[in-house]
Structure formats: C-alpha cells, structure tokens
Write a protein of this length. Structure first.
Length: 279
C-alpha cells in the first residue's frame, strides 16, 4: 500500500470479519473464502485481505477463481483482494489501516490471518468487528484456547490465544471505541465417537461462559471443499454452474453449512438492518 493513503478508517464501516487462530490446519482460509463468496452472491461488495501472504492460501484461492473465470467464460463474482507482507520497517498498524481505507467502499472485509503469532496478525485481530476462530473438534485444537485437566476433564485456565484475543479487544476499544463479537467455530466436523463429541461440547461450552465467546458449527469434513480450491470455487457456486442439472446431496449440504454459519455470525440480520446500504 502507498504511503499517501491515510489511516482514517471509521469504526464498523465496513464490517470487518477476521478469521484467526494461532494453530494451522483449522480451515480458516476455506471458511473465509466460502463466506466472502456467499456475501458476494447476495449482492454485497466484499474485500478479502490476506495477512498470511507467505503461505497465501486465500490469495491462491482468489487467483484460482480468476483463472477459472478466464478459462471457462463463467462470470463468477470476485472480491477485491489485497495481500499484506510484513513491512521491512515494521509499521504494521498503519499498513493495515491503509489497506482498510483502500477497501472502505466495500460492505464487508474478510481478513485471513496466519496460523501463528505475528505483529501483523495481532493488528488484524484488533480490527475485528467479528472474530471467527475455527477449531477442529479435538482436544488438541482446544488446547490453543484452554488448558484441560486430564483427570477431571475440566477447564483449568484459558490459554495463550485467549489472552491474545483479550488484548485485541482492549486495543480495539482503545482505538475507536468499538467492540468485538468473538465466535469459536467447531469446524471440520466428522463422524466422531460420541463420547469425544460430548466432551468437546461440554468443555467448549464451559469455556465460552468463562471467557466470553459464542459457539457455532462450521463445515463437515467433505472432499468437495478440497476439490473446489483448484478452481477457486465454493459450495454456493455449484448451483449456479450446474445449469439446471441435479446437484449432489453433498453439495447441497455443504451450501447449507455455509448459510448456517452466516446466520450464526449474525450476517443476515446485519444486512437487513442497513449493512446493504453500502452496496
């Protein structure tokens, strides 16, 4: 971003949705792209910002989508995309603020952060109106949020990422008086053994009451999510591209999972109460 751009962003314009977790492999980029396209399909102007430009998963997703459109002639909706790298001068806050100013004409900005701690990721968290933290439905992923007593199977104390989110909330409030809605998404759900699933439900529910986040279900473990990446497509694109042909039930289920997540994040309600005025 150029130095001439100013860091004058007003709170909640646009609505910033950050996908964050200090652990990789939880499906942040997949959820981020599916959500961005779902919002595009509802007529909103959407920007995506990649704060993990070195790995660049969502950047490649957007690039694959553009190549698909060029190759096939299908007019798929595209987000306005930016990728930020660590500044050589470490001016992280202003770099991100300038990027947000650049896409201030959009209704929604979806930010994908790296699966590790960094100054750029910390800055991204502090701009979230909605912070989405996907975790796989396992005790290994829960460890990023809390330490669990192995004998009593109860929460001992919040972990380092929970502390980082608390600091991000404080930074957000100090900067513009805004607040953050934190949603932990139990993602990549599968046919888990019932005892493990019930344990995760109880522990995540207990932790939610303790440190103040909401819980939502994400997507199931489906091959279709992995296959769509190469063409930059999402579950919502499949119905449009089927041209009247019958869509597989797994595709219908995948599309419904994304719609359920949108409702859990409060996005349909936000659109009905004025967010769409920025279209």
């Amino acid at each position: 971003m150029t130095s001439q751009m100013t860091a004058s962003r007003q709170p909640a314009v646009p609505r910033v949705i950050v996908f964050g977790n200090e652990k990789g492999g939880t499906g942040k980029s997949t959820l981020a792209m599916h959500l961005a396209v779902a919002l595009l399909n509802r007529g909103l102007k959407v920007a995506t910002i990649d704060l993990d430009a070195r790995q660049g998963t969502i950047s490649r997703y957007v690039a694959n989508r553009r190549l698909f459109a060029e190759r096939t002639g299908h007019a798929v909706p595209m987000p306005e995309h930016l990728a930020l790298h660590m500044s050589p001068h470490q001016i992280i806050e202003s770099d991100l603020a300038n990027a947000l100013d650049h896409v201030a004409h959009c209704a929604v900005v979806v930010i994908d952060t790296p699966g590790h701690d960094s100054a750029l990721s910390q800055a991204g968290h502090a701009y979230a109106d909605v912070l989405v933290t996907p975790i796989n439905d396992s005790l290994i992923d829960l460890d990023i949020l809390a330490h669990v007593d192995p004998h009593k199977q109860t929460i001992l104390r919040p972990s380092h990422y929970a502390e980082r989110v608390w600091k991000a909330k404080q930074a957000r409030a100090k900067r513009d008086g805004g607040s953050m809605d934190w949603v932990v998404v139990r993602n990549r759900l599968g046919q888990l053994e019932a005892r493990n699933k019930k344990l995760m439900e109880r522990l995540v529910g207990d932790l939610a009451k303790r440190i103040g986040f909401r819980v939502a279900d994400g997507i199931h473990e489906r091959v279709i999510y992995r296959e769509l990446f190469l063409d930059g497509l999402t579950a919502e694109d499949l119905a449009m591209l089927s041209q009247g042909r019958e869509v597989a039930m797994s595709h219908v289920a995948a599309r419904q999972e994304i719609r359920n997540l949108m409702r859990a994040l409060g996005l349909p309600e936000a659109l009905q109460t004025g967010l769409a005025s920025t279209i």
